[in-house]
Design a protein around this ligand. Structure first.
Ligand code: F6P
Length: 348
């Protein structure tokens, strides 16, 4: 292959720039030119006023300068139009016109589906799992997860220090979409007393009972770590019943939030429960050494696979080492939630 492309897609994750830099370095080493595709799959649709806003030849020096920066220099987006077959056909034409012979796709689950479609249309792709969510079963860690986890742990420790000073419980909401891994590991790492995740059904009653038990045992500053996706696994019946008891309007979907949970727990436990939603602080950090290492090796492997004609693959970590497997098989794997760790946090 003489020319390849690289794109970042979905939510940005720490290490995306490092992965692009590794792709650029390896491509240069083999004398291949590299096209940066802007704003995820949107760039392949060439809808901007200038081609430079869609696809642009990457300059190695510029990329190396931003390798350790958070975010993604290529920009990222979700591209609903890419779900339409006619738009994908249009994208493939543009890719061919630019002389791009293979693409490194850095993104999560949705981005991998896009890559699979491109592969079926004859554009070989290799995926690097750029997402903080750690929701891809075939890899022990996704790119950005380690950084996000460390960021959450730092923030939860700070919140726990002030909770302890005031003897006030705290709720901290972290990201992860439908995956509770960030919440679970951050809770374990910081000694949080309660963790709620999408993988395990839960109720406000249970959380409030445990909070009261901790309070009675002398712990007046417990931390509840909530994964953002946990609202999906909450027992709605419990929720509605509670709202009705307290004369609240039962708009289950629109009113559920960490702030609201804090309000309900305040009423139920008669303690001053304070909420914090960590949000983008966990996504926009400089990559940890672990994520930068993974990005470096993954970027290198991605280019090597493409140049050896091995497309339709995704890169991950298995037994601590970087490896690859076919996209189709990777997407079929089912995640196994660490229930043992969850029970340990919520019962000790
Ligand atoms: O997939 C990464 C992620 O940060 C999720 O954890 C979160 O649910 C989502 O993206 C938020 O997306 P947005 O960029 O639209 O706020």
């Amino acid at each position: 292959m003489r020319r390849i492309g690289v794109l970042t897609s979905g939510g940005d994750s720490p290490g995306m720039n490092a992965a692009v830099a590794a792709v650029a370095k390896t491509a240069r080493y083999y004398g291949m030119s590299l096209i940066g595709i802007k704003r995820g799959y949107n760039g392949t649709l060439c809808r901007s006023n200038s081609i430079a806003d869609d696809m642009v030849e990457l300059d190695l020096d510029t990329i190396l300068d931003i390798a350790d920066q958070p975010g993604t220099f290529l920009r990222t987006a979700r591209c609903l139009d890419f779900l339409k077959p006619e738009m994908r056909a249009h994208a493939v034409n543009n890719i061919h016109e630019m002389g791009i012979e293979g693409i490194v796709v850095i993104g999560g689950d949705g981005s991998y589906h896009g890559a699979m479609e491109l592969c079926e249309l004859g554009v070989p792709c290799v995926g690097i799992p750029g997402t903080i969510d750690n929701d891809l079963a075939y890899t022990e860690m996704t790119l950005g997860y380690d950084t996000a986890l460390n960021s959450c742990a730092d923030d939860i420790r700070a919140i726990r220090a002030t909770s302890r000073s005031h003897d006030r419980p705290g709720i901290v909401e972290v990201m992860g979409r439908h995956c509770g891994d960030i919440a679970l590991k951050a809770a374990a790492a910081t000694g949080a007393e309660i963790c709620v995740v999408p993988e395990v059904p839960w109720s406000i009653q249970e959380v409030s009972d445990r909070l009261c038990r901790l309070y009675d045992a002398g712990n007046h500053r417990a931390t509840i770590v909530v994964a953002e996706g946990a609202w999906d696994s909450m027992q709605h019946f419990e929720w509605q019943k509670y709202l009705i008891e307290h004369n609240e309007r039962a708009h289950v979907d629109s009113t559920i939030s960490t702030n609201y949970l804090a309000k309900v727990l305040r009423l139920k436990t008669k303690t001053e429960v304070r909420p914090t939603v960590l949000g983008y602080t966990q996504r926009g950090r400089q990559p940890s050494a672990y994520d930068s290492w993974f990005a470096f090796e993954a970027g290198n492997l991605a280019v090597n696979l493409l140049r050896n004609g091995i497309g339709n693959q995704v890169i991950g970590i298995k037994d601590g080492r970087v490896y690859y497997m076919p996209i189709v098989m990777a997407l079929r794997q089912k995640r196994e939630f660490n229930l043992g760790l969850y029970n340990m946090i919520n019962s000790l």
